[in-house]
Ligand binder design. Structure first.
Ligand SMILES: *[C@@H]1O[C@H](CO)[C@@H](O)[C@H](O)[C@H]1NC(C)=O
Ligand SMILES: *[C@@H]1O[C@H](CO)[C@@H](O)[C@H](O)[C@H]1NC(C)=O
Length: 244
């Protein structure tokens, strides 16, 4: 069981940094017990972005470089985004935080109740009180999810899923059939990976969320829910109410 050590490391890292506001997200050393990488793939500090808190991966803006070294194939990404969404919504529900979907995520839900296949990330919003609660109580916490939490390997849930699946289109070519079979095999493999290792998600809150200025273009993202195995994340933004 590795989790307690990671929690200890993370809480130590946040204690050490609580004396002053960090201009940048927790550094690579602070997440060493949690990431599987040996080097950081985040964009380096840059004078023009010196006040920016969250940084992205050097190879793609939709991955966190502390936890990812390469982009994932489309169907693998879609699989992990679904788990990201479920784990985030379940956690917020459990700890009593009201949150709602935005942007591409909202459009996907409106059109067919799903994540759009080309989506790279997910966007949510919070009200100010909720971001404060996450910042004060849940910053840098790691949340562990098992296959069971996702409903995998549960015959009842899997049957229900199959029942709602749309009939696949008739395959016109053997190549199309082989492609679909390939996707199904990879999905099964990904589920087995989750069954073996589980998934860990990190919640990190940008201390600049208190800044209500619309000029702060670098810190429009107030918190992130990060998949520590793939570097995929949910962008979370605070809705500030302005006085009338
Ligand atoms: C959350 O923790 C990180 C890492 O220690 C720190 O940089 C950041 O300022 C903290 N956020 C809040 C809202 O305190
Ligand atoms: C809020 O952000 C703006 C734009 O980056 C900056 O000029 C201002 O100093 C910030 N305010 C606080 C209280 O940090």
């Amino acid at each position: 069981m590795k989790l307690p050590i990671e929690l200890l490391l993370l809480s130590f890292a946040s204690l050490a940094s609580s004396a002053s506001l960090q201009p940048r997200n927790a550094n690579f050393a602070a997440v060493l017990g949690l990431t599987s990488l040996s080097t950081d793939h985040s964009t380096p500090d840059d004078d023009a972005l010196s006040d920016k808190f969250f940084h992205e991966a050097t190879f793609d803006g939709h991955y966190d470089g502390r936890f990812a070294e390469a982009k994932l194939p489309d169907d693998t990404r879609a699989f992990h985004l679904q788990l990201l969404l479920k784990s985030y919504v379940d956690t917020m529900d459990r700890i009593g935080i009201r949150t709602w979907i935005m942007h591409g995520c909202l459009l996907g839900w409106w059109w067919n109740g799903k994540i759009m296949p080309w989506d790279n990330d997910l966007d949510f919003m919070l009200d100010e009180r909720s971001t404060r609660e996450l910042g004060n109580w849940w910053n840098m916490t790691v949340h562990h999810y098992t296959a069971k939490d996702f409903g995998f390997l549960d015959p009842i849930v899997e049957e229900e899923e199959k029942a709602v699946q749309v009939e696949p289109l008739q395959h016109t070519t053997t190549a199309a059939k082989a492609k679909d079979e390939g996707i199904a095999i990879r999905k099964q493999f990904l589920r087995e990976e989750v069954a073996k290792k589980g998934k860990k998600y990190l919640l990190e809150v940008n201390p600049n969320y208190i800044n209500t200025s619309t000029n702060d273009r670098h810190n429009v993202i107030d918190a992130r829910w990060i998949d520590t195995a793939t570097g995929l994340y949910i962008d979370i933004t605070t809705l500030h109410t302005s006085p009338p």
